[in-house]
Design a protein around this ligand. Sequence first.
Ligand code: BGC
Length: 498
Amino acid sequence: MGIYLVFIIGAVIVSRSQGHAVDYLKFPDDLLLGAASSSYQVEGAWNEDGKGENIWDRMTHANPEKIDDRSTGDIACDAYHKTKEDIALMKDLGLQFYRFSISWSRILPTGFPNKINQAGIDYYNDLINQLLANNIIPMVTVYHWDLPQPLQDLGGFANPEIINWLKDYAKVVFDHFGDRVKTWITINEPKQICEFGYGTGMFAPGLQAGGIGNYLCTHNLLKAHAHIYHMYDKIYRRNQKGHIGITAECSWSEPATNATQDIEAAERRRQFDFGMYMNPIFHKNGDYPAVVKQFVAKRSKEEGFPRSRLPEFTQQEINFIKGTSDFFGLNHYTTVLVKDKKADPIGDPSQDKDTRVETFQDPNWLTGSFSYFRSVPWGLRKALNYIKHNYGNPEILITENGFPDAESFNDQGRIRYYKDNLKAVLDAIYTDHVRITVYTAWSLMDNFEWSSGYTVRFGLYHVDFNDTNRPRTPKESVKFYKNLIKTRRLNTEDPKLP
Ligand code: BGC
């Protein structure tokens, strides 16, 4: 208790320059606190009211072996039928905003804008209106991984036409919802879409075209994002007065030793992990990072390809993509330790082989039900500082942060994760002067966790997937987050770990 008191007093320090006390555990007034979800993970109603098939519908139905528990998002949390109930949960939590995504095939069943599904438009209108009526800001992701299947049949992100398809879809979204939605995220996590969808094949559409499909996807995705940004900027911004940007998942890569080759390897992994997607948008020179271009080109040559497997941007494209985000959307979960690795023998190409690093984690770092997601708060702080220093000190929206604790209502591991990671956020704000304006807990409730199905739970609320009613029950972390939002202060007292 004594130590705790000293800690609290120590945290309230008189700021001489401003002449008043600064409470370093208090969240700044302009930092918004909220929670997130995504359409396929929560909505269900996969074929109701005119919705078309998307790539996750197809993959979970055609290849159930790709999902750990062979489950689907057919019903998921049944959020499509529970808008009122879920908003009551958000209201009770005190969320300032709710981040959700729009299901492309729910509003455009074939993927194309010649046929708009009014029932889909009505669903999102109702969600947005009910949020606003309850003083909860809607923060909307245009694309969170659920591509309409007819567009996948034409190549999906490997076809440069995706630029027009995404732009046309985004136009429908802005036309219908932009009068009330003021924060837009164009695309959630390019790496997961491209590397896991077109490289390793772990995610839908499940293509295993490593070292080729993933880069083609990246190239088209970045151009599509830039087109959407410019369209919003030219046509909508003036009247709708919103802001728009992109979100990437940035795990932190820490060198495993002080050896120069490991320090370089860690930086190389950062560049392949998120620099490849964010450099073209945020770096003052634009384009892919030099080390990515160099490593892919060298390996492509050794493999006998006539040119680099990484497509090149023209100078015009570089200029067009540069600067196309009003903020840096950051999803962060964990950290890895990185060592340099010898080149793999020549064989099938892959992004992993191009990166040429070995990664591992410290087994002492706190983990829950999925060992990869370990709590490493100093990694989050380093990631925030890296973004500040390498991308021109952008405004950062933390659009996801969370922990997959074991299934229990007493989720002390999750509370520990949030406390430690939120402390890192506060340190980044007050000590490092990183410009963070949004913090988003992933996730509001347990949901369909992609290839892990329902075996991994990230929710503040527990969902019983065996009950057709999908009842939601608050976990202990709801009490924690609710109190944090209410007091706008972090209580750092240790929770009793189970
Ligand atoms: C995604 C979420 C996902 C979460 C946990 C993020 O990569 O945006 O959809 O559930 O991580 O894996």
